[in-house]
Design a protein around this ligand. Structure first.
Ligand code: NAP
Length: 257
C-alpha cells in the first residue's frame, strides 16, 4: 500500500503500555487511543488500572486493563498470555514502567541499584520476551522502549538510572538484531525533561528548572502530550522500515552542548 495519512492510523491495533496508571504512560495510552488503537492500561494496582481504563473509555477511547508488576515474571506471563487468549493480539507494546533513585554514586544503596535495574531493565526484558513470542508467531509487531536523554548523557546522583536507560537503548538494538526478521520493529523513544511525579523534586527546584530551561534549546520543560506524535509514528505502519533507533523528544537537549 502506498503512503497516505492512514499510514499513521492505529485502528484495530491493540497496544499494551506498561506503567500507564499515570504520567507519561497514561498520556501515551491517550495518544495511541486517539490514533485509533485499543489500549490496555497496566498497573500493579487492580483498582487503579480499572479506574484509569474507565476514565479513558469516558474520553471515547477503547480501553482495557491488565494487572501485573513488570518485575514479577510469573505474574506478567500469566497476564499477557491471558490477554492474548481472551482479548486478542497485542500488536503494540510500550515498555514505559520505570523508576528513579537519586544519591551520590559512592553512597548509592545496593538495594536501590537492584530495585532500579529490576524495573527499568529486567522489566523490559521480561515483558518484551512474553509479548514478542506471540508477535514472532504472527510475523509482526511494534515495540517501543521508553529510554531517556540519560540513555546518552549522565548527571550527578543518577548514574544507575543512566546505566539502566543506556542498557535499554542497547537492548532495543538487540531486539532489532533478532526480531526484525520476524516482522517486528523495536525502537526507543527518549523523552527529555517532562514534569511528572518522577521529576517532582526537579520541578520543585527553581534553580534546576532555570538551569534546564537555559540548557534546553526549546527553553522549557516538555509537555507529556508532546511525546504522543513520536509514539504514534513508531507504533504505526509509517515507521515499518525503521528499526533499532532511538528517537529523542527533548526540545533539542541532546543536540547541543
Ligand atoms: P511516573 O509518573 O513515576 O510513572 C511511572 C509509572 O511506572 C507509574 O505508573 C508506576 O506505577 C509504574 N511502575 C513503576 N514500577 C512498576 C512496576 N514494577 N510494575 C509496573 N509498573 C510500575 O514516571 P514518568 O515520568 O511517567 O516515567 C515514565 C517512563 O518515562 C519511565 O520509564 C521513565 O524513566 C521515563 N522517562 C521520564 C522522563 C520524565 O521527564 N518524566 C524523562 C525520560 C524518561 P506506580 O504508580 O504504582 O508507582
Amino acid at each position: 500500500m502506498g503512503f497516505t495519512s492512514d499510514s499513521f492510523r492505529l485502528d484495530g491495533r491493540r497496544a499494551l503500555i506498561t506503567g500507564s496508571g499515570k504520567g507519561i504512560g497514561l498520556e501515551l495510552a491517550r495518544g495511541l487511543g486517539a490514533a485509533g488503537a485499543r489500549v490496555v492500561i497496566n498497573d500493579r494496582n487492580a483498582d487503579k488500572a480499572r479506574r484509569v481504563a474507565s476514565q479513558l473509555q469516558e474520553e471515547g477511547i477503547d480501553a482495557d486493563f491488565a494487572v501485573f508488576d513488570v518485575t514479577d515474571r510469573a505474574q506478567l506471563l500469566e497476564a499477557i498470555n491471558h490477554l492474548e487468549a481472551t482479548r486478542g493480539a497485542i500488536d503494540i507494546l510500550v515498555n514505559n514502567a520505570g523508576i528513579q533513585r537519586r544519591a551520590p554514586l559512592e553512597d548509592f544503596d545496593p538495594n536501590d541499584w537492584h530495585a532500579l535495574m529490576r524495573v527499568n531493565l529486567d522489566g523490559v526484558f521480561h515483558v518484551s520476551q512474553a509479548v514478542a513470542r506471540h508477535m514472532i508467531a504472527r510475523g509482526r509487531g511494534k515495540i517501543i522502549n521508553i529510554c531517556s536523554v540519560q540513555s546518552e548523557l549522565a548527571r550527578p546522583t543518577i548514574a544507575p538510572y543512566a546505566a539502566s536507560k543506556g542498557a535499554v537503548k542497547m537492548l532495543t538494538k538487540g531486539m532489532c538484531a533478532e526480531w526484525a526478521r520476524h516482522g517486528i520493529q523495536a525502537n526507543g523513544l527518549a523523552p527529555g525533561y517532562f514534569a511528572t511525579e518522577m521529576n517532582r523534586a526537579l520541578v520543585d527546584n527553581q534553580e534546576f528548572s532555570q538551569w534546564l530551561c537555559k540548557r534546553t534549546p526549546a527553553g522549557r520543560w516538555g509537555r507529556v502530550e508532546e511525546l504522543c506524535g513520536a509514539a504514534v509514528f513508531l507504533a504505526s505502519p509509517a515507521s515499518d522500515f525503521i528499526n533499532g533507533q532511538t528517537l529523542f523528544v527533548d526540545g533539542g537537549l541532546t543536540s547541543v552542548v
